[in-house]
Write a protein that binds this ligand. Structure first.
Ligand SMILES: C[S@@+](CC[C@H](N)C(=O)[O-])C[C@H]1O[C@@H](n2cnc3c(N)ncnc32)[C@H](O)[C@@H]1O
Length: 208
């Protein structure tokens, strides 16, 4: 596993287990156009650059975040302005050190608006890989899932973080019910990628 550059700063280790999945999945799949819903301090986006920049000539990464935090961050009273500054600094360092050119697009907005705008801008079927790790509220997750599906190309991959995450007994306060609804309704258009630890779920888009 590659280490972060020493002058970068990440205050959480949420991404640690995902790294193991990406080490296998993304190095085989080699996505060049990446869409991320929920970027926080940039741990996942930086890792995608670190992992892929020696394998491809160019990366285009779109990061969507309100940088106001999800409900769970608001409860914990996290300083989201500091998180956003750290995201910008971490990404700048990662891009400076990347072995390939990186085109970063930052969409500071709710995911529903940013994803709808990307569709309106003609980016339907444009992305190789989408990583959905934004709001954990089921209504938002379902919206992110449906809109991200539109933006990913045929045989592209969509990854949903926190498939089994839960802090409240109400299923509408967690991603699983939304991801299940999406994969059920889109069952003829997506195939679940097997042999990945079930805390996350990855699908391949098999039909437009
Ligand atoms: C779990 S963090 C993302 C972590 C990041 N992918 C990583 O691995 O380091 C979730 C992020 O989603 C953002 N977020 C929550 N609800 C959102 C929404 N409706 N639209 C856009 N971003 C949202 C929060 O501001 C937060 O930064």
């Amino acid at each position: 596993m590659t280490q972060a550059f020493s002058d970068q700063e990440f205050t959480t280790d949420w991404f640690r287990t995902t790294q193991l999945t990406w080490d296998k999945l993304l190095t085989q799949f080699k996505p060049q156009r990446i869409l991320e819903v929920g970027s926080y301090e940039g741990a996942s986006a930086c890792y995608a650059i670190k992992l892929l920049s020696g394998l491809v000539d160019h990366l285009e990464i779109h990061c969507i975040d309100t940088w106001t935090g999800g409900i769970e961050h608001q409860v914990e009273g996290i300083d989201m302005a500091a998180i956003e500054e750290r995201f910008k600094r971490n990404m700048a360092i990662e891009i400076d050190n990347a072995a390939c050119s990186v085109d970063l697009h930052i969409h500071k907005s709710t995911s529903a608006i940013a994803l709808a705008k990307l569709i309106a801008d003609g980016k339907t079927s444009y992305f190789d890989f989408a990583y959905v790790d934004g709001s954990h509220q089921a209504t938002d997750v379902l919206t992110d899932a449906v809109l991200s599906f539109q933006l990913v190309r045929h045989l592209g991959v969509i990854g949903y973080d926190d498939y089994l995450w839960k802090i409240d007994p109400d299923p509408l306060q967690a991603p699983k019910i939304a991801i299940d609804a999406f994969t059920n309704v889109f069952s003829q258009k997506v195939a679940v990628i097997p042999n990945i630890p079930l805390y996350q779920l990855y699908v391949s888009k098999i039909e437009d």
